[in-house]
Design a protein around this ligand. Structure first.
Ligand code: B4P
Length: 190
């Protein structure tokens, strides 16, 4: 199986690049952000709990997101592989993911980490906030909080995958196709 962790700060282009990678490699896309937003739209109790946390730019609890990923993995027993987009975001999530994949007899193939400057991230997210309706993209202070959450809780996961020899860092500034070409090159040489 080809199992990719697509990694990077908020607005790095994880969702954008995932959409290209799933087509090219025939993978199942698991975006915890999209799943959570789906729960909010449906008005589930999980969605209600998550909404105020996400609107402030904080991370939803590990227990909730690990449970979500576990049930999604079970729904795709015949998948050729998965793209984990926006997951894991904490060391507990990363450890849980390793265990869940081990139970399926597989493991993470690579972590593709997109590198983008803070100024570019803020610019991209404010631009998306103008028409996306996403509360967390509208206010610069909330975007900065998301970047801080990433730096404090999520960025250290690079060490976790580096210690497994699975980290590959890719420059995430440039055109969407240029970045996709660089990601494809890494995957094709695995
Ligand atoms: P996510 O939905 O994961 O969103 P994201 O980090 O904002 O975005 P992404 O990096 O995917 O950016 P995109 O491609 O869309 O998280 C939202 C919230 O959900 C979190 O703050 C948290 O509260 C919660 N959450 C999610 N997962 C969680 C977890 N595991 N644990 C706890 N909480 C969790 O790109 C952004 C913009 O840039 C787009 O407008 C795009 O068009 C543009 N863009 C992309 N590539 C570009 C390029 N090369 N050049 C210029 N613009 C580009």
């Amino acid at each position: 199986m080809l199992n990719i962790v697509l990694f990077g700060p908020p607005g790095a282009g994880k969702g954008t690049q995932s959409n290209l990678l799933i087509e090219r490699y025939n993978l199942i896309h698991l975006s915890t952000g999209d799943i959570l937003r789906g729960e909010i739209t449906e008005g589930t109790s999980l969605g209600l709990q998550a909404k105020s946390i996400m609107d402030r730019g904080n991370l939803v609890s590990d227990e909730i997101v690990i449970g979500m990923i576990s049930s999604k993995l079970e729904k795709h027993p015949d998948a050729k592989g998965f793209i984990f987009d926006g997951f894991p975001r904490t060391s507990n999530q990363a450890k849980a993911l390793d265990i869940l994949l081990k139970e399926k007899g597989t493991s993470i193939s690579v972590m593709l980490s997109l590198k983008v400057s803070d100024n570019e991230l803020i610019k991209r997210l404010l631009a998306r906030g103008k028409d996306s309706g996403r509360e967390d993209d509208k206010n610069e202070n909330i975007i900065i909080n998301r970047i801080n959450e990433y730096n404090n809780k999520t960025a250290p996961l690079k060490e976790f995958y580096l210690s497994q020899n699975k980290l590959s860092e890719v420059e995430g500034t440039g055109s969407i196709t240029e970045i996709a070409d660089k990601l494809n090159l890494v995957i094709d040489t695995l």
